[in-house]
Design a protein around this ligand. Structure first.
Ligand SMILES: [Zn+2]
Length: 86
């Protein structure tokens, strides 16, 4: 017979998102939901300057807009409601 101890396990819960670019907190609109923002995770591979590193970045909408406005080629955009390209 095996006897198990009961343990309380803590589950991490996201409590805040801070924009990596401007440092602003992405405000919660409702409990559990944040103002829309972008979260990027990139695991860098061989021959990159960040070989073996994983980078996580969060950007607020304003900083995302400022970032993509610098692009020579804009992001490929589709409408999530219709699936069509805008
Ligand atoms: Zn920002």
């Amino acid at each position: 017979m095996r006897v198990f101890l009961e343990r309380t396990t803590l589950t991490p819960q996201l409590s805040n998102v801070r924009c990596n670019s401007c440092g602003r907190d992405v405000e919660k609109e409702d409990p559990g939901y944040f103002e829309d923002h972008i979260s990027l995770t990139k695991s860098w591979g061989y021959h990159s300057p960040y070989d073996g590193e994983t980078h996580d970045i969060d950007l607020c909408v304003d900083c995302y807009q400022g970032w993509v406005n610098q692009f020579e080629i804009p992001p490929y955009v589709t409408c999530c409601f219709t699936g069509t390209r805008e």
